[in-house]
Design a protein around this ligand. Structure first.
Ligand SMILES: Cc1cc2nc3c(=O)[nH]c(=O)nc-3n(C[C@H](O)[C@H](O)[C@H](O)COP(=O)(O)O)c2cc1C
Ligand code: SF4
Length: 494
């Protein structure tokens, strides 16, 4: 992953430990309404892909155990990982692209409900993404992938050559020659692997995204409702299709790109189709970027405006993230695909303990606060979820007290200790296992390996009944809170 030059070391801390009485009276542990959906607390586990599903994208026992463990910590809400709206092979990512997924997803919603004693509301993040190929061997690229255009042959001085000769000659040009003769898109495909973009209007399936996506998202949302989820989060963030429509890099000329009014058009049309399908009594919101964090990318002025449009349109909540783009991703090794969390924008999304002056804690707070302020000024009460580097009560409560957000998301802190909020509520914040922001988990995610936390994945490996990773070396689920109060049975948090 990209690292800032300063490399200043930041240590997480427990902050001030509240008593049970203080925690119970706090904003963090007060209820909040997300449109038709009431959360008991303002604690939120944002979407995190743990690579637990199978090649068919189904719910299996590992998926159930993973989410049930978060649910035993009784947060206000859990958002299930980015789940594909199309029924196409996409590795071990969960899918919701066909009705046959409903049975498995129902088992998941029932398991979470039971594990939290009915205290945690469960949402699912639904996603569309475009095709990305692995970085090819140069020989494969020149022999099989590269289209030989007259312009390319002219630039390379190969007009008279046969196809086989031209391909061999191009391969022989080497790195410097490739930079000279290939057009930027081909060069990118050679160096990073080919990646489709919303700007590829010459491809019929990219041209038709605005016609296709509203229906796909709407059907996925209907399946989510039928599966027993309390709401859906439309994934409009990071490197994926909908975020690419919102991005300043979207230069489509079909009325869905260019100006910000045109860029927000499809995200609004998708939302309207979803709303029409699931009705007004079902929670629908989106996750979008407060800042893209790439050169010339969407900044707070645009995202503030987007937030207001989403709120006016009637979304029940807005959750912010930042960065996580392909545009500045590191070059992958041959045979690997680019990963959108390896550049500076990736760092902004999941900052590490070695950081710049701003540090890894609360990096998305100021931008989210601007978005929320603009939404309130527009007369909307839409709740806003802010995530990024939050790991203690004091910090979370300060964000709420300042009016920077209405709900506090904690991804890696919840992974490090799924009971952190429950411990805090019970006056035991001293017992919280604090995330160290090492990004060991993110490294596993990058390799598409089962995600675990280094603070617990080697603990009690011989515990009866625990499930281990494919290599047999790591436990897949955080250990239970050993000295939890005896009174703490399911459903005793409030
Ligand atoms: C392993 C892992 C997987 C993630 N998967 C998703 C995802 O599916 N969807 C999403 O919107 N964000 C995803 N994120 C980003 C988190 O939701 C969150 O925004 C980010 O980790 C910063 O919050 P934190 O500092 O509380 O960890 C993921 C993060 C991690 C560590
Ligand atoms: S591995 Fe654990 S401690 Fe390290 S960043 Fe991930 S959640 Fe935090």
């Amino acid at each position: 992953m990209w690292k800032p030059a300063e490399r200043i070391r930041f240590e997480p801390s427990s902050g001030r430990i509240p008593s049970t009485e203080e925690a119970r009276a706090s904003q963090l542990f007060s209820p909040v309404q997300l449109g038709p959906l009431k959360l008991e607390h303002r604690t939120w586990v944002p979407a995190m892909v743990p690579w637990r599903s199978n090649e068919d994208g189904e719910v299996n026992e590992d998926v159930i155990q993973w989410y049930a463990r978060f649910a035993r910590g009784k947060p206000g809400a859990i958002v299930i990982e980015a789940t594909g709206i199309r029924d196409v092979p996409s590795g071990p990512l969960l899918r919701i692209g066909d009705d046959r997924y409903i049975g498995g997803l129902q088992r998941l919603t029932r398991a979470v409900n039971e594990a939290s004693g009915g205290h945690t509301r469960l949402l699912i993040q639904i996603i569309d993404f475009l095709r990305i190929r692995r970085r090819p061997e140069p020989r494969t690229f020149f022999e099989r992938h590269l289209a030989l255009t007259p312009q390319l042959l002219e630039r390379a001085g190969l007009q008279g050559a046969s196809e086989a000769q031209a391909r061999e000659a191009l391969l022989g040009l080497g790195v410097e020659g490739w930079s000279r003769v290939l057009d930027p898109r081909d060069l990118q495909s050679l160096q990073y692997g080919a990646r489709e973009s919303v700007n590829d209007l010459h491809l019929a399936h990219i041209r038709s995204l605005p016609q296709e996506l509203p229906g796909l998202f709407a059907q996925a949302a209907r399946r989510a409702r039928d599966s027993g989820f309390d709401g859906v989060e439309l994934h409009y963030a990071h490197a994926y299709t909908m975020a690419s429509f919102l991005s300043t890099t979207n230069q489509r000329t079909d009325g869905y790109g260019g100006s910000r009014e045109a860029r927000v058009r499809l995200p609004l049309e998708v939302y309207q189709a979803v709303r029409a399908e699931v009705g007004s009594d079902y929670a629908v919101g989106c996750r979008f970027l407060a800042e893209e964090c790439i050169e010339g990318g969407t900044a707070v002025d645009d995202s503030t405006w987007y937030g207001v449009q989403f709120a006016i349109a009637g979304m029940d909540f807005l959750s912010t993230s930042r960065g996580g783009k392909f545009d500045d991703a590191k070059q992958p090794s041959v045979g690997q695909a680019a990963y959108p969390y390896t550049g500076r924008s990736g760092y902004e999304c999941m900052p590490q303990y070695l950081s710049d002056q701003r540090g890894p804690f609360g990096r998305n707070r100021a931008a989210t606060a601007s978005i929320r302020r603009a939404i309130r000024e527009a007369g909307c009460t839409t709740p806003v979820v802010c995530t990024g580097g939050v790991h203690n009560f004091e910090f979370a409560e300060a964000m709420l007290a300042a009016g920077d957000c209405d709900v506090v998301g904690t991804a890696r802190q919840s992974l490090a200790d799924p009971d952190w909020a429950l411990k805090t509520l019970l006056g035991r914040a001293d017992a919280v296992r604090l995330c160290e922001y090492t990004n060991y988990c993110e490294g596993l995610d990058q390799k598409h390996k089962q995600v675990t936390c280094q603070l617990w994945d080697r603990e009690a490996l011989d515990e009866p009944g625990i499930r281990l990773s494919h290599d047999g070396k790591r436990r897949l689920v955080a250990p239970e809170w050993k000295d939890a109060p005896a009174s703490l049975g399911t459903g005793s948090s409030q």
